[in-house]
Design a protein around this ligand. Structure first.
Ligand SMILES: Cc1cc2nc3c(=O)[nH]c(=O)nc-3n(C[C@H](O)[C@H](O)[C@H](O)COP(=O)(O)O)c2cc1C
Length: 246
């Protein structure tokens, strides 16, 4: 198999790292590879914050509740960032520019850009032999993250990314079957059989991994997840930063 495809098929989130830190060069290599990702209209509507201050790391761990936010080789926080446009020329920026930056469309542009730069960083890190884990858990208290990182207007944190030398070897987590996610020409209404088949696959995976989760499957997990409203403060926070207001 092609080496790049092999690397992509070998992805698994890593949540335990050795204490070894990434060098400045390694951090730079990962970020610069991230920056090569495609970006909507070349806007590059993101910023990446490297967290080297142990106190900030500790506080971010408290927000997430996940030990690997603190214990890793390096911690990045990826932000959607439209402030560069808003600040291009503070006197000359027309009111229309600011208004347009506040649209849902630009919110999508910036969050997609943030996701693309990060996924490139994950692939670069894995190509260098590191493991990585996204940390959406930083949005458990998005206002606190904003405060800790001193984020200005038009900048919101999307997620963290923990990178480091893997200290465990988790099994590959199975994905939905190709047929469940791929549609040709027009949208095909979901056939339940693909989800049922995946439920059996993932249930076997959980049994092999952790006997406590014997009876769990994807459908049950998703229903549990979506029955409870989560992070309901995010909408007001995002709007308070002048993003996704109209
Ligand atoms: C945007 C995003 C946020 C995530 N947030 C977390 C997180 O807060 N904590 C965590 O342990 N894993 C997190 N993950 C990892 C997912 O749980 C993981 O990718 C998924 O279960 C599939 O497993 P795999 O990456 O090992 O294949 C996140 C992944 C993404 C893409």
């Amino acid at each position: 198999m092609n080496e790049t495809i092999k690397l992509l098929h070998n992805h698994r989130s890593i949540r335990k790292f050795t204490p070894e830190k990434l060098t400045k060069e390694e951090v730079r290599t990962i970020v610069e590879a991230g920056q090569r990702a495609s970006t909507s209209s070349n806007v590059m509507a993101y910023s990446i914050i490297g967290i080297t201050d142990e106190n900030i790391k500790k506080e971010l761990r408290k927000v997430s509740g996940q030990p690997y936010v603190e214990n890793n080789g390096y911690l990045f926080v990826i932000c959607a960032d439209l402030s560069r446009i808003a600040n291009l020329d503070s006197d000359a920026v027309h009111e229309n520019v600011k208004q347009n930056l506040e649209s849902t469309e630009q919110f999508i542009v910036a969050t997609v850009d943030g996701a693309l730069v990060t996924q490139n960083m994950v692939i670069a890190a894995e190509a260098l032999g590191f493991g990585a884990c996204y940390l959406g858990s930083l949005r458990n208290d998005i206002n606190r993250v904003d405060e800790l990182l001193k984020l200005p207007e038009y900048v919101i944190p999307l997620f963290g990314l923990a990178v480091g030398h893997p200290d465990h070897e988790p099994n590959l987590k199975p994905r939905l079957p190709f047929e469940a996610v791929f549609h040709e020409n027009t949208y095909q209404q979901a056939t339940h059989k693909h989800v049922e088949s995946y439920d059996r696959t993932i249930s076997d995976y959980y049994q092999a991994r952790d006997s406590n989760l014997k009876d769990d499957n994807w459908s049950k997990q998703m229903l549990r997840k979506y029955k409870i409203p989560t992070r309901i403060d995010v909408a007001a926070y995002v709007q308070s930063k002048n993003i996704n207001k109209q």
